[in-house]
Design a protein around this ligand. Structure first.
Ligand code: MSP
Length: 622
């Protein structure tokens, strides 16, 4: 695949909500891969965009009381602004409400219709409003679908089943068509059952925000049938043949795991019917979880990428997202792990190395990068690991092991740090200036190569590093850095993030903490005002009284060990405080449903009462 044009796509995002870290992730991943392929000299088309039709968008617009098109026009800049801020280098940005796209959708519908793969039928079944499609009874029972209603409607259906066998064959003869492997198996399993036909229309009476069917103006196109086609619209299908044959088939459709079936089943069968080649690969990544749980608005744990960028900078955010997720698996986002990664990899290992080099060169070589001279064994070792690293990173990125590729680069950087420690050029300078120069050149050149490999992930800070080294070589070959040039002043590349003050608050010292309860513990105790309405001795127990108390509309029976201190009749009418949520117990065969508060020493006992004996019973005491 090395020499052909590289075409990569992200899902097109619904404009019903603001972009979040999940959207940012796929777009950054596509950006990293595009930059990598561009750096390798390949022609690249990187497409992202917006999915603007369908019920979700119509609903979002109506919630805001604006027309759907206006809603889309107002939402689109929220995405484009974020992509600019994240330094996304997309070549095209498609919106499904654009004319260029509507034309292609109608063209495809006509082709599929002419092929005899679309038929009209009345269908009665369960419809999930949230998923915008008919669902089977079995699906309804999974509980994963919301807003289910019975619907009987005339619609148009695409005979997806006609292409089931062809799709099964394609998957088995193209082992990298669906990646990673476990997702391929998931689809292969799904295809063991007969494929239902796909309802591809929505009557305008129910939903009118969509692309009209070319063969029936009473209907609009189902949003997924419309959206998937964006990938060929942007490549120039039916508008620019030269462009289309250059870019299509796409090298990668990057998607999240939740939209695998639409991409790996609907899309290829649609293309087969329209007689268009299938994409080379569909790659489904996992989900970002927030501290082990799903990110959702209702849980209030949605991360706004804009905030993160404002707080910590673009490149660290891109780095963290690429470094922490093993492609294909879910990953866990926590601010703590973000800061840890930043401080250990970026501040300590990477940024510090540059500062050490530039400081030593400034101090001892008047700021001019010294000549390497003749390399000795340790430098030859470093040079050969740098050469291996370039190959290794190439392989890992092309096989979509992005996090591994990054880890390899950092292992190399750590080995250069160890080399610096061992050679100690700050000491060497006093006895052997040219050796110190060799060490500093070697470290600087290693850093240049590492930064070059990291530049697709961190395009900005690596540029700052090149600027500081006064470097303009983009060659991955050892020796690209020019000795004799003056290094430039730079700010720390990645200043350490100090953990926020509230995390470092001095703890309040507590003696015997094991005797303490928290306020939360205390709040569990339900204390109430109560009025004693009846009291009598418990048979066979001298110290016990059986007391009936009124607590609001409720009456409770309490057994209390107060017979030595109170006569039953003296208690009637007394207002006391009751622990109302104690588990009932049996005392001498009599049930006790609470406890009265009392103050006591060895010889006396007084029930805790109220200043104001007229207060009603049942009030909360706190
Ligand atoms: N509009 C459709 C895609 C049509 S493509 C022809 C859509 N849009 S979406 O905005 O709901 O989701 C877009 C992508 O965001 C999906 O790939 C989804 O997997 C991804 N993510 C949503 N939440 C995510 C995380 N928490 N983590 C990672 N990606 C997640 O579906």
């Amino acid at each position: 695949m090395n020499n052909r044009a590289f075409y990569i796509t992200t899902p097109i995002y619904y404009v019903n909500d603001d972009p979040h870290i999940g959207h940012a992730y796929t777009t950054i991943l596509a950006d990293v891969l595009s930059r990598y392929h561009r750096n390798a000299g390949e022609e690249t088309l990187f497409l992202t965009g917006l999915d603007e039709h369908g019920q979700k968008v119509q609903q979002a617009a109506s919630n805001r009381d604006v027309a759907p098109q206006q809603h889309c026009d107002e939402m689109a800049p929220r995405f484009t602004r974020l992509w600019e801020k994240l330094h996304i280098s997309n070549d095209d940005f498609i919106r499904t409400t654009e004319d260029r796209h509507k034309r292609v959708v109608q063209d495809i519908l006509e082709r599929v219709y002419a092929n005899g793969d679309i038929y009209e039928d009345e269908y009665e079944g369960l419809y999930s409003v949230s998923e915008e499609r008919f669902i089977t009874d079995k699906e309804a029972q999974t509980g994963e679908f919301r807003d289910i209603k019975e619907l009987k409607e005339k619609n148009y259906f695409f005979k997806m089943g006609n292409y089931q066998q062809a799709l099964i064959d394609h998957i088995s003869s193209h082992p990298t068509f669906i990646q990673p492997e476990h997702r391929k198996n998931e689809i292969a399993g799904f295809l063991k059952q007969p494929l239902n036909d796909l309802c591809i229309s929505r009557p305008k009476s129910r939903l009118n925000w969509g692309i009209e069917l070319p063969f029936d103006s009473n209907y609009v196109t189902y949003v997924w049938f419309d959206a998937l086609i964006n990938y060929i619209t942007a490549a120039g299908f039916s508008s620019d043949q030269e462009s289309f044959s250059k870019w299509w088939p796409a090298s990668y459709h990057l998607i999240g795991k939740d939209i695998l079936t639409t991409h790996a089943v609907y899309w290829p069968t649609m293309l087969m019917s329209a007689k268009i080649e299938l994409p080379v690969s569909i790659f489904a990544h996992g989900w970002w979880l927030m501290g082990e749980s799903k990110m959702s608005k209702s849980m209030g744990n949605v991360i706004d990428p804009m905030d993160l960028i404002d707080d910590y900078g673009v490149d660290p955010v891109r780095y963290y997202l690429m470094r922490e997720m093993v492609l294909g698996q879910d990953a866990n986002f926590t601010l703590e792990s973000f800061i840890k990664r930043y401080n250990s990899d970026l501040a300590n290992d990477f940024g510090n190395l540059l500062s050490r080099i530039t400081t030593l060169v400034k101090k001892n070589f008047a700021g001019i990068l010294p000549e390497p001279g003749k390399l000795t064994q340790p430098e030859l070792d470093i040079r050969s690991s740098a050469e291996d690293l370039v190959e290794l990173v190439n392989d890992k990125i092309r096989s979509m092991n992005i996090n591994d590729a990054i880890e390899e680069i950092f292992q190399f950087i750590r080995s250069v740090n160890r080399y610096m420690e061992y050679q100690a050029p700050w000491k060497l300078i006093k006895e052997d200036k040219s050796s110190a120069g060799r060490v500093l050149y070697t470290a600087a050149e290693s850093l240049r190569i590492s930064a070059m490999l990291l530049s697709p992930v961190m395009p900005n800070r690596t540029k700052d590093l090149f600027h500081a080294l006064n470097n303009d070589s983009v060659s991955p070959k050892w020796g690209g850095l020019q000795p004799g040039r003056e290094l430039r002043h730079h700010e720390p590349l990645f200043p350490r993030i100090e953990l926020k003050m509230e995390k470092q608050k001095p703890e309040i010292k507590v003696e015997n903490p094991e005797n303490m309860i928290t306020f939360e513990d205390f709040k569990k105790v339900d204390l109430r005002t109560a009025e004693i309405v009846q009291a009598e001795k418990v048979d066979g127990a001298d110290r016990l009284l059986k007391i009936q108390v009124k607590m609001g509309a409720d009456t409770r029976q309490i057994v209390a060990g107060i017979a030595e201190y109170y006569k039953p009749d003296d208690l009637i009418g007394k207002k006391v405080i009751l622990v109302a949520n104690l588990k009932p117990v049996e005392i001498k065969g009599v049930e006790s449903q609470g406890m009265l508060l009392a103050a006591s020493d060895e010889s006396s006992l007084t029930l805790v009462g109220l200043d104001d004996n007229d207060l009603p019973s049942g009030l909360n005491v706190s």
